[in-house]
Design a protein. Structure first.
Length: 571
């Protein structure tokens, strides 16, 4: 739990080991590829108890031993089990408005702050050993097991489902799932019924992570609870259902979009988290390089034309569109959007949601908008010929149209529109820019380290990419000064993995982009029906930064890793 430097300070200042002896043990631990703390305890040079008591003295905070301590259930459950497990923190006593918590890391200030806000109590922090925490976590399991057994004894026919959903154990389980997902920064929660269990997975920074497994007995209670929160039919088990609900607290406002589908083992639930604070990004925060940034700024200030954002599902297209809308949202313009569904609410913008059941589609909504005197229109997605044609005609008649489309890169968007039946002369005259993007995970700043690429990796990269051109672009963009030694001479970065990033080496995400501007040369290629490949070559000649080049620049600057770039740009 302590860094090498901190551990050295604790042991030397407490006169337990001298600097020389500590350094000797550090070398031995490195030879055995062990952490120094584990090595010292394993070799019985110090005990875990002695180390943490010394650390408590060093940090000038009290020490507590939690083994054999019986903790009141209501006090224990003030910290949900997943948070206790992840952050190694336990609440063990409460008097008036003071909560006593034991932790193994006295510097985990973020979690202390969160607990203060969550409980509304003052915190007294104690230091304890990892073994102590482990012992107390068993009490959680005992309590939860009793609750699960209680649930399994209950009958779950449809009449009882509403009662079951209001049962304290069920409420606690669902609250924990939702709360923990917010703290972990998840974008989705997947509650998946299996033959004997119910698995819960979160999507964090684009990757799925298993977080909990519940016994099958709690399945009907969890499903019923979420249906009631989202105002859905509790007794409908055979048809898909969609709904939403919101959780508000002083720290966060999160809307949960709920999708339920029947599967062989029961109903599967996916909840999408929509953070209301997430919409106020600025163009600078999107992570564009200086030249594409200027191109985007220039084109969003045009009074008419089309701005298209393209990329696969989950590549941040909606965030980019909302960011642009946020900048364009001024009192002197009328903005209307048609979305499926509305992800974030924006003030002073007329947002409308598609409803296919009653025939309210993107095309019919867009047609109705044009009778509402809009200046700027945002269409959630161009999926068919009708929507594409109306969007292009709207752009031609003096409106600024923003939308998304599914293609692999910016240049292939133009043939896609032609395939949808939009005449090339209309595409050539209305298109302003096409933004292609992907989301990559950012390296955790807490455990970032530099390294040189090995020979095998370089050979692999050279097989798949035009490295010579990428290096040339990096010199032009002033990312590197020279490329005499090729990739071999460059330092790249990765995350070692630490507690802050759940040992993944990554925390947060950022976009990588290519922005194709419709210049005269590009326009004439579109009119001649040239291929996406020729359009792409011309755009690169006009100094368009490709997605891969943008990725390499961000990898060289220590923002992301080369592995991430290769993962998201595979076609």
């Amino acid at each position: 739990m302590f860094s090498e430097k901190k551990l050295k300070n604790i042991l030397v200042e407490s006169n337990i080991l001298s600097e020389e002896v500590f350094d000797k043990y550090t070398q031995e631990a490195k030879k055995e590829e062990k952490k120094i703390q584990d090595y010292l305890i394993e070799k019985k040079i110090i005990t875990s108890l002695f180390l943490y008591e010394s650390a408590a003295n060093y940090y000038k905070i009290p020490f507590v031993e939690l083994k054999n301590k019986n903790i009141r259930k209501d006090v224990l459950f003030l910290i949900p089990e997943p948070i206790a497990t992840t952050h190694k923190i336990i609440s063990f006593d409460m008097a008036e408005n003071l909560l006593s918590v034991a932790a193994t890391n006295p510097n985990d200030l973020e979690i202390f702050e969160f607990l203060k806000k969550k409980t509304g109590l003052k915190l007294k922090v104690y230091l304890t050993t990892p073994d102590s925490i482990k012992e107390v976590l068993k009490q959680y399991h005992k309590s939860l097991k009793a609750e699960f057994d209680y649930l399994s004894d209950k009958k779950t026919d449809d009449k009882d489902l509403k009662k079951l959903a209001a049962d304290l154990p069920v409420v606690r389980i669902v609250d924990t799932l939702l709360e923990y997902s917010i703290i972990e920064g998840a974008s989705d929660i997947h509650i998946e019924p299996e033959e004997k269990n119910v698995a819960v997975r979160y999507r964090i920074d684009g990757m799925m992570r298993k977080v909990m497994v519940f016994p099958k007995t709690v399945q009907s209670g969890i499903v019923a609870r979420i249906k009631i929160l989202a105002n859905l039919k509790v007794d409908e088990h055979r048809l898909p259902q969609d709904g939403r609900f919101k959780i508000s607290s002083p720290e966060h406002k999160v809307a949960f979009r709920v999708s339920i589908i029947p599967t062989f083992d029961g109903e599967k639930i996916v909840l999408r988290l929509l953070r209301e604070s997430a919409q106020s990004l600025t163009l600078e925060q999107l992570g564009l390089q200086s030249r594409p940034f200027e191109v985007l700024k220039r084109n969003i200030s045009k009074p008419h034309g089309i701005i298209l954002v393209t990329g696969p599902t989950g590549s941040g297209k909606t965030t980019t569109l909302y960011t642009i809308l946020n900048i364009l949202n001024k009192p002197e313009v009328n903005i209307s959007t048609i979305e499926d569904p509305i992800e974030y609410r924006m003030q002073h913008i007329n947002q409308s949601q598609v409803n296919t059941k009653i025939g309210y589609t993107f095309a019919s909504g867009l047609r109705a908008f044009l009778r509402q005197d809009p200046d700027i229109i945002m269409v959630g997605e161009i999926r068919d010929q009708e929507t594409a044609e109306i969007a292009v005609h709207a752009a031609m008649t003096g409106h600024l149209v923003l939308s998304t489309i599914h293609t692999n890169n910016a240049a292939t968007t133009i043939p896609r529109l032609s395939e949808m039946g939009v005449p090339t002369f209309l595409v050539a005259t209305t298109m302003n820019i096409i933004i292609a993007q992907r989301l990559v995970r950012k390296i955790c700043t807490n455990c970032i380290q530099s390294y040189n690429l090995d020979k095998k990796t370089i050979e692999e990269l050279e097989k798949q990419l035009d490295i010579e051109n990428i290096l040339k672009t990096m010199i032009e963009e002033k990312t590197i000064l020279e490329a005499r030694g090729g990739l071999k001479s460059l330092l790249f970065y990765r995350g070692k993995g630490c507690k802050q990033c759940n040992h993944t080496g990554y925390k947060g995400r950022i976009g990588i982009y290519e922005i194709l501007e419709n210049t005269e040369e590009i326009s004439s290629l579109i009119l001649k029906n040239n291929s996406a490949n020729e359009i792409n070559k011309e755009a690169i000649k006009n100094k368009m930064l490709t997605i891969v080049e943008d990725g390499f620049i961000k990898a060289k600057n220590g923002i992301t890793t080369l592995e991430e770039i290769m993962r998201v740009t595979k076609e």
